[in-house]
Design a protein around this ligand. Structure first.
Ligand code: HEM
Length: 490
């Protein structure tokens, strides 16, 4: 990418122009230095010998896209005074991009035609009305990228509310953005497809969702994606690479009223994850003992326990450890109890090398809509709130009732039931982001958390670690305030 600072001297301007011309001429994804082949369709192409080659399955991968940063700033800023929440396992990456996951699609090695549908969504709200509803209410989810014949388009499911009339329109797979894939060549039989910073502009259909504030051709944020392509042989062998395999034999997974392979998914709190990996804590997280990383949520598997008509008591495997500057917090021994429609997630909490606090109830969640379907008793993305004990366990840095990330639960009632797949970010990425000392862009993560609560990410730490992190929190507070002030005065 070119530097955004203006050139100060003509010679610099000339160099920039030359560099621009050079960069435009280069393929965005450097699989080869030839222009993209014109494919008649996205289904199949011809290999070098001219024979027709079946498209290969794309399975696993992520799409990172900020949609439009100025829209994010507007929604979370003083005019719309709103926020956004993540849906369906979408995550944030860096300061202003959303990460969609679990690519599914196809890639034709001969023609380079590529299609990948990603999961997850973002729900923007703003201009709150006295009745609690919002004038601005827009959801963009399940982006799909299609590249074929030298053209690229990003489609998405969109639900938007018209300004004024409040009429709600829902449409699936609307062409939202035109992607400039000139110079991109995706031909070749590799196991990975990557596109970096592809320029995107709004389509006519996409513009409708933005209440007339943007017109067709308006520049959106560039799109980056990474997807795994299965070798032809893998296709038969791996019908669903993203499904979370259950290691126990079927007959062991359930017994009457009991089960051994339940899972609970919880991301703790989005702003906390951003804090841990951001410039203050400069840390990371690690999962052990079977816990799995879905990017925006963590899966604790092998849940054993008993379920009866909406009541549940289960103990899960796996540990999750956050480390960073002045921060060392481990959650393990996760348990979930559901009674009378109310769920409680507890864990053994260890902070700063101190003694473990056993069985601390961390959050409660609404489990009244526990659904029994397809052999599973499941709760999907139930909003969660910190308990009084959780607030204490986290060193009093959070208040009781603080919104945390939602909790999802799946309990197999039938030995054949398939567990919901965990977001699959593909092999091209380490799911746990590495520390990022400085965000590349100016927008901070000051929008609402996944749980829709206030944006300030109060740092959850174990009681024992509270004092140690206090200094870091103070620094963070100051930084956040500075950022907020500078944004408001821009
Ligand atoms: C009560 C109703 C609304 C009011 C009073 C309102 C007001 C405004 C104002 C004053 C701006 C200019 C902001 C600036 O220049 O910094 C703006 C921008 C914008 N509004 Fe709204 N708006 C409303 C509803 C909506 C709705 C329903 C949408 C649909 C998504 C929407 C989408 C936008 C967009 C996309 C921008 C441009 C943001 C940017 O990139 O700078 N607005 N709005």
């Amino acid at each position: 990418m070119l530097p955004s600072r203006p050139a100060r001297a003509p010679v610099v301007a000339l160099l920039v122009a030359l560099l621009t011309a050079l960069l435009t001429a280069l393929p965005v994804a450097a699989t080869a230095l030839v222009p993209a082949a014109r494919a008649a369709d996205g289904r199949a192409g011809r290999d070098a010998s001219g024979t027709r080659e079946a498209p290969r399955e794309v399975s696993g991968g992520r799409l990172d896209w900020g949609i439009k940063s100025s829209f994010q700033s507007y929604v979370t800023g003083p005019i719309a005074q709103g926020g956004w929440e993540l849906q369906g396992g979408a995550a944030t990456i860096g300061g202003s991009r959303f990460r969609f996951h679990s690519a599914k699609g196809s890639h034709a090695p001969g023609s380079g035609a590529f299609e990948a549908a990603f999961s997850g969504g973002v729900h923007f709200t703003g201009h709150r009305k006295p009745d609690g509803s919002h004038e601005l209410d827009l959801t963009i989810s399940r982006p799909t990228v299609r590249v074929a014949g030298g053209a690229g388009t990003l489609y998405a499911d969109m639900t938007s509310k018209a300004k004024g009339t409040g009429e709600v329109t829902t449409a699936t797979q609307v062409p939202l953005a035109a992607l400039d894939v000139s110079g991109v060549d995706l031909r070749g039989g590799g196991t990975h497809v990557g596109l970096a910073d592809v320029p995107a502009t709004l389509t006519e259909q996409g513009a409708k969702a933005f209440a007339g504030y943007y017109t067709q051709g308006t520049a959106l944020d560039p799109v980056t994606l990474s997807a795994d392509v299965l070798a032809s042989a893998d296709r038969a062998a791996s019908p669903s690479a993203s499904a979370s395999p259950s290691t126990a034999p079927e007959e062991e997974r359930t017994s009457k009223g009991g089960f051994t392979e339940a899972v609970v998914d919880w991301g703790v709190r989005r702003t906390f994850r951003e804090y841990v990996t951001g410039s203050i804590a400069q840390g990371s997280w690690k999962l052990a003992d079977g816990a799995q990383d879905g990017g925006a949520l963590f899966r604790f598997p092998h849940g054993k326990g008993a379920y009866d008509a909406g009541s549940l008591d289960a103990a899960f495997a796996g540990t999750l450890r956050f480390t960073g500057r002045h921060l060392d917090l481990t959650l393990g021994g996760v348990r979930v109890a559901v009674k009378d429609g109310r769920g409680t997630l507890s864990a053994d909490v260890t902070g700063g090398g101190r003694a473990v606090a056993k069985g601390v109830p961390l959050v409660t969640f609404d489990a009244s809509r526990i659904e029994e379907k397809d052999g599973l008793a499941a709760v999907a993305e139930a909003p969660a709130k910190l308990t009084a004990e959780g607030a204490k366990a986290f060193g009093g840095m959070y208040q009781e009732g603080t919104g945390m990330d939602p909790v999802s639960l799946a309990v197999p009632l039938d030995a054949k039931a398939a567990l919901p797949p965990l977001p699959d970010l593909g092999s091209g990425a380490s799911a746990a982001p590495s520390p990022s000392p400085a965000e590349p862009r100016t927008k901070s993560a000051a929008s609402s958390s996944a749980s829709g609560s206030a944006s300030f990410p109060v740092v959850p730490v174990a009681a024992a670690a509270a004092v140690v992190v206090a200094a870091a929190v103070a620094t963070f507070l100051v930084t956040r305030r500075r950022r907020a002030t500078s944004r408001a005065t821009q």
